[in-house]
Design a protein. Structure first.
Length: 66
């Protein structure tokens, strides 16, 4: 029976070529660039349509009483 180590794969070579070393971690400045930080809250403006509420007949919210 073949094990996963016996199957040729391009992934080990890719992993070896792209993995971090002590030097790569120490030389690369790791910081948060706030100029490209995403928005704090997600907005979905294209999913919802705003419509005016009728002040004379407001929507009644019913409370559930347990």
């Amino acid at each position: 029976m073949l094990s996963s180590n016996d199957i040729p794969s391009p992934y080990p070579e890719y992993h070896e070529a792209t993995k971090h070393s002590w030097r790569s971690v120490q030389l690369d400045p790791h910081y948060v660039d706030t100029s490209i930080q995403p928005a704090t809250w997600k907005t979905y403006a294209h999913f919802f349509q705003r419509f005016p509420l009728d002040a004379k007949h407001p929507v009644q919210m019913k409370r559930k009483v347990f």
